[in-house]
Ligand binder design. Sequence first.
Ligand code: ZN
Length: 229
Amino acid sequence: MSFREFNARAPIVVTMLAVVLLSLALFQGSTSSAHAAEPHTGGSSAPAETDRAPNPARGTGGASDVTKPRHRHNKTKRRGSTDRTTHRFPVAGPYSFGDAGMRFGAPRDGHSHQGQDVAASEGTPIVAPAGGSISATGYQPEGGGYYIVLSATGEDYDYVFMHLQARSTLVARDQRVRSGQRIAAVGNTGRSFGAHLHFEAWRGPWFAGGTAIDPLPLLRSWQGSSTGR
Ligand SMILES: [Zn+2]
């Protein structure tokens, strides 16, 4: 076509292009908003693993608690000392770290183990390894059973205790506890097979931006610090 013809048709072409681009944009907008609405519909059933931490956002009332600004960590919380002069081994009685299957990172159904299991007799006292405040308590019949989350003071750790004995929890959310204070007892609740404490250590807030780390070095550094052993 000649230049003159192109000029004559240009407005039509431009208009058509605009219409196509606009519809593409609208289409993309509608699909992306549809995707954005999906995450909460998927996977809302109970965790299918032995002792996985439940997501408090799915629970009733735990979510706001673990997203408080006090958890704006790294900068505000110092690493602090986590040695046995200030900390206590959480199981106040005979215990065992067991075999490889009880370690952090051990394979589980569809994921890896996020904590260290500490085998002990049902009813063995569990004490706070550090001073802090209780940031969550709850019950997950298909997951961690009865559990407690402790946000330690002066350090960047949340500590998580799971499969607690029924009716053994002695603390409530927002309660302050001191290092060595009894908070619960070893149990076998939730998806647990055999009495043990499932213990997690998180750098930063539990399921609210933090990361689970291998707690075994911490546990080892506290060995011998509980009165029950
Ligand atoms: Zn475990």
